[in-house]
Design a protein around this ligand. Structure first.
Ligand SMILES: *Cc1c(COP(=O)(O)O)cnc(C)c1O
Length: 364
């Protein structure tokens, strides 16, 4: 028997979440963002649930090749554009649309030999200060692109820094609109948080939204809102089994550093999942976990291959009992990845992306 741990990818949840994107922005087309191996879900598996999207947005050229290899003929967008001149050959061969965010990318385009003019998304830096042309530089970049025979259509995009938080998007939308008002072309502004929280704001849904995390069933603004609030469903389950049980007496400790000490007699379950599987080592005692679908908590330190859990609420649990680290458990039980991530001081995105290669993944 293989070690009893696996990840499940829920195709039906992906499809449900995509419908939630559409319901939030009925007039927009939807990029399903599948960078980072579809946030750890696997490009091929994610495609099975997200194939009703209008396009796929990603970063790595090999991921673009994989989505084309699956038979996807619709739009594919490289969110960071070309990394070197040669990349444009693949853009031509696979008909990839690409972001242009700095001058060298325009130089490469001007020297690119192609039969087929390419579609580009010109990115404006509206305040995030990561990628894109400043408002002052945008117009000359647009004019340069417009003059190139290698370029077909120019669309405009920007990315929000605070769509999930208190500052919001108003200042960035204003900067974008002021700089692009009289430029033609389709617009793409919103990520998941803007799609869920700011879809009513004028111009925000634009022509294309870029939905990443919400497609995978994590709330971009947890803990202010959870997936129940946004009616999203987890697309990834990480589950394992108990491989041992220990009975502790008051004063007995558990695991490395003896960080948890029992105050009363209790049973402890040992789970076949540790940080080498992608479960965060930073999760402290009291991180939620489901055993046989019953909510309980971790106790003691996360080790490489094991964690230990309090079996007090599940007296019948023993070796072989099912443990849900996040996602869907038995009897319709649910543990949002966002809750586990928050205990580790991080976000659902990071946990999904960090699912370790040694964990077998299945479609559910
Ligand atoms: C990753 C990414 C997104 C998706 O963000 P989510 O918060 O996961 O929805 C959108 N736009 C760009 C440019 C990105 O890099």
């Amino acid at each position: 028997m293989p070690r009893p741990i696996e990840a499940l990818i829920h195709t039906d949840a992906l499809a449900h979440n995509l419908r939630r994107v559409r319901a939030a922005v009925p007039d927009a087309r939807v990029w399903a963002v599948i960078k980072a191996n579809a946030y750890g879900h696997g490009i091929e598996r994610a495609y099975a649930g997200l194939r009703d999207a209008d396009g796929f947005a990603l970063l790595d050229l090999d991921e673009a090749e994989r989505i084309r290899a699956l038979g996807w003929r619709g739009p594919v967008l490289l969110l960071e554009g070309a990394f070197e001149a040669r990349d444009l050959e693949l853009c031509s061969r696979l008909n990839l649309w690409h972001v242009v965010h700095h001058d060298a990318q325009i130089d490469w385009l001007s020297r690119h030999k192609t039969q087929q003019a390419q579609r580009v998304f010109l990115k404006m830096n509206s305040g995030m200060n990561r990628l894109g042309f400043t408002p002052a530089a945008l117009r000359s970049a647009w004019a340069r692109l417009d003059a190139l025979p290698q370029v077909d259509e120019i669309s405009l995009m920007t990315h929000f820094a605070d769509a999930d938080g208190a500052r919001g998007i108003g200042h960035q939308v204003a900067a974008f609109e002021a700089a692009t008002r009289d430029l033609p072309g389709e617009r793409s502004l919103s990520n998941s948080a803007a799609t869920l929280r700011h879809a009513q704001a004028a111009g925000v849904s634009a022509d294309w939204v870029r939905a990443g995390i919400m497609s995978y069933g994590s709330a971009p603004d947890f803990p202010e809102h959870d997936i129940a609030h946004w009616q999203l469903r987890p697309a990834m389950t990480l589950r394992a089994q108990l491989i041992a049980v220990q009975s502790l007496q008051p004063g007995d400790s558990v695991g490395y550093g003896s960080s948890f000490v029992a105050e009363q007699a209790m049973r402890i379950g040992v789970v076949a999942c540790g940080y080498a599987d992608g479960y965060p080592r930073l999760c402290p005692t009291d991180t939620p976990v489901l055993v046989d679908g019953v909510r309980t908590r971790t106790v003691g330190r996360v080790s490489m291959d094991m964690i230990t859990v309090d079996l007090s609420p599940v007296p019948l649990a023993g070796p072989g009992s099912e443990v849900t680290l996040w996602g869907h458990g038995p009897q319709d039980s649910l543990l949002p990845i966002d809750e586990v991530a928050a205990c580790a001081g991080t976000i659902g995105y990071e946990l999904m992306c960090a699912l370790a290669p040694r964990v077998p993944v299945r479609m559910a």
